[in-house]
Design a protein around this ligand. Structure first.
Ligand code: GLY
Ligand code: MN
Ligand code: MN
Length: 450
């Protein structure tokens, strides 16, 4: 493999997160919960890939956010009404198991290293959780992520409710923790923002390296390898989502992840990929002519998407909404589609009839954070919520012309273009976290031809 020439120095992992990072987040959540309530968070389940092979394990974002603990089969409990409010149930130490599958902290280790006030063997969940449930009028728990654990917890809740009933207390109410935790995760400050900055910095470096490496004749899979090698080299342990490396009309498939076609002369390449760092992820898309120049219809469509992206970014600031950002992109795209003769009518007619949806079928923004489509409400009741400083969102307009769309001029068919950046809402405007990946045609060409 040719040696990639890194344009960013190798980033030494630094300790952005300290035990205080997690303690601070727990304290904030504890402060939001009423003293008669508890919150339960379960680790991500392990999933079988095939035979006795598991999919690579990644901790549930909520559990990591609150404790930095990465082992499966663990349960995190926050009980604000107790003297010892932070309880962890984790796998017990087991010499044989640890030889085969890796180190375990064990209950003692999580008290020592993860700040747990109390810790128990997760095999003793019933014994320890039962009494805690008996004391709680309200239990926050996110159902639907691990059916086996859901069933186990619901059974414990039923048992507890029967005991409470006999003692003259109402059954426990179950609620989703989103209203508290997701709102905390939505606004990025301190360590969140530092981790996210690092994730976007690594993401940009990977894109730049892939842009340099891609050439006609090379395979999408090779380009993916260079991109992800760069991510790993710079300290990212995994991607935030499967990389999309889509050449030619593969780029019209929004979630194309086969990544095994050969790059052909004259075709564009769309790459949508993001590196994780500290459990936060970047989410960047660039579309470029491998080794060459934008030409003809491809150049026209690229300019249309770039103008729409800039119009949308220009409208990101406190007080605006993701809907206003989307509309800015949409108006710009509609104007371009009319100018290019791809649609007919007026801008208002195009928006009203949604005729643009043939070519632009997704929205412009989503929250970005620990999850690529991050948590947090978009609306308050039915109103789009105003952006506030610390929110991070993507801006990602695109145009996709089906290869078999005979209603458009042949030169446009099979083109798929998206440009995606990650932007931070600041006190008075916007900061593009991913500005290091070139977008202007001349800058893109300078990098890809270099
Ligand atoms: N890569 C997923 C997205 O852009 O939303
Ligand atoms: Mn995105
Ligand atoms: Mn993306």
């Amino acid at each position: 493999m040719p040696q990639p020439s890194f344009d960013a120095p190798t980033l030494q992992p630094t300790a952005i997160e300290t035990p205080e990072t997690f303690a601070k987040r727990r304290a904030e959540l504890l402060g939001r919960l009423g003293s008669d309530s508890i919150a339960i968070f379960r680790s991500a389940p392990e999933t079988i890939r095939n035979s006795d092979v598991h999919h690579a394990y990644r901790q549930c974002s909520d559990v990591y956010y609150l404790a930095g603990f990465e082992e499966p089969e663990s349960t995190l409990i926050l009980a604000p009404g107790r003297d010892k409010p932070f309880i962890l149930l984790v796998r017990a130490r087991d010499r044989q198991q640890e030889i085969w599958t890796g180190r375990r902290a064990g209950p003692e280790g999580v008290v020592r290293d993860y700040g747990a006030d109390e810790a128990f063997d997760s095999a003793e969940l019933t014994e320890h959780l039962g009494p805690i449930l008996d004391e709680a009028d309200l239990v926050y728990f996110a159902r639907g992520r691990d059916r086996d654990f859901d069933r186990q917890l619901l059974e414990l809740l039923d048992q507890s409710s029967r005991r409470r009933y006999r003692n003259g207390r109402p059954p426990t109410t179950l609620a989703h923790p989103a209203e508290h935790l997701d709102e905390m995760r939505l606004v990025k400050t301190g360590a969140d923002l530092e981790a996210l900055r690092r994730a976007t910095e690594i993401t940009v470096a990977g894109h730049r390296e892939a842009m340099r490496f891609a050439r006609p004749g090379r395979n999408e899979l090779e380009v993916q390898a260079v991109l992800e090698y760069t991510f790993r080299r710079l300290g990212s342990p995994r991607n935030g989502y499967p990389s999309i490396v889509a050449s030619g009309d593969n780029a019209t498939i929004l979630h194309y992840i086969e990544n095994r076609a050969r790059l052909a002369e004259g075709e564009l390449l769309l790459i949508d990929a993001g590196a994780e760092w500290g459990y936060f992820t970047g989410d960047v898309t660039r579309t470029f002519p491998p080794g060459g120049r934008f030409q003809g219809a491809g150049a026209d469509l690229y300019d249309a998407v770039l103008s729409a992206e800039q119009a949308a970014i220009d409208c990101v600031r406190p007080g605006m909404t993701v809907e206003s950002v989307h509309l800015a992109a949409l108006h710009s795209l509609a104007d371009s589609l009319l100018e290019l003769g791809l649609l007919e009518g007026t801008r208002d007619e195009v928006i009203e009839s949604k005729s643009y949806r043939r070519f632009y079928m997704h929205r412009t923004s989503h929250w970005l954070g620990m999850d690529v489509h991050d948590v947090g409400r978009y609306k308050e009741k039915s109103e789009w919520r105003p952006l506030v400083a610390g929110m991070v969102l993507t801006v990602e307009p695109g145009l996709y012309i089906a290869a078999d769309d005979e209603s458009v001029a042949p030169a446009f068919r099979g083109l798929g273009i998206r440009i995606e950046d990650d932007v931070l809402v600041t006190a008075d405007g916007v900061e593009v976290l991913t500005a290091g990946a070139p977008r202007e045609r001349a800058e893109v060409e300078a990098l890809t031809a270099g």
